[in-house]
Ligand binder design. Sequence first.
Ligand code: SF4
Ligand code: SF4
Ligand code: SF4
Length: 205
Amino acid sequence: MLKITPYLGILVLIVSIGGLWFPALGYFLLLVFAALFLISPFRGRWFCGNLCPRGSLADFWIVKISKKNKIPKAFRSFWLRVPVFILLMGFMTYRIISVIGSLNIFDKIGMILVTMCIVTTAIAILLGSYFSPRAWCTFCPMGTAQRLLGGKRYALKIEKEKCITCKKCDKICPMQLEVHKGAPLPDCIKCGRCIEACPKDALHF
Ligand code: SF4
Ligand code: SF4
Ligand code: SF4
């Protein structure tokens, strides 16, 4: 995690609330999309664990109201992730196409992006408070896209001979991954928490 990571969550609130008056703030989402698409072919879901404002909101704000239950397995399934990706991206594209040629197109597209930010943030807060702070991140379309683009990159490795199976890594993982098993973790968000928690220094990127 970077030093600025804990403070990025405020950007979600600025775009979601401020965007209602200043739709241009919605274009911040394009910056987010560009960053994650540029980073993921080299570092997988690193953006999710280090630079995503909503990820930061989950880890440092939603966590305060979360019941911290187990994230349902179905959330991780591609049977859910692919339809959610197609639905959200398709709906956003449809809405943008439908305002092309109208007056104030800049503001209208900005408002579509703001609305998308509000809706997905509301879902993230609801799921995060009932299940676990990062529940939304298990099937967020942008997380799925990063996994598909670079799920094998910058992989977490475990030195099995050092591991004492204490499972401290599993307990601290915000994505609730089974880190101790040493299997590939394409949904690892490279936050590094498990590395810090491991008493045997058995985990490395
Ligand atoms: S999964 Fe989505 S909301 Fe979660 S950190 Fe990644 S891009 Fe952000
Ligand atoms: S925290 Fe380290 S020692 Fe404990 S189970 Fe994980 S990898 Fe093994
Ligand atoms: S496996 Fe480790 S680095 Fe990856 S998300 Fe979990 S805690 Fe973070």
